[in-house]
Design a protein around this ligand. Structure first.
Ligand SMILES: [Zn+2]
Length: 82
């Protein structure tokens, strides 16, 4: 394996780097977890964005519909007043 700290060539079963003394096992596990978590976060974020855009479109449609009803009600109200 390669030391993630100093890029030194190490035996595959090394736990500590013989060059810089870094904890190779922990770092490799953390790196694997981190990249996996990042990929998962990216997927979640992308689907979240799509969901947000869908909700935004729905929200616009609702606002337009409510506004149209409000305008119609206002016209009816004015017509009844006069
Ligand atoms: Zn090292």
């Amino acid at each position: 394996m390669i030391c993630p700290y100093c890029s030194a060539e190490l035996p595959d079963d090394a736990q500590y780097c013989s060059e810089c003394g870094g904890d190779v096992t922990v770092t490799q596990t953390q790196l694997a977890k981190t990249s996996h978590a990042d990929a998962h976060t990216n997927i979640s974020r992308v689907s979240g964005e799509i969901e947000k855009q869908r909700n935004a479109k729905l929200g616009v449609a609702v606002v337009v519909g409510v506004s149209a009803i409000a305008v119609i009600l206002a016209i009816i109200g004015l017509a009844l007043l006069f």
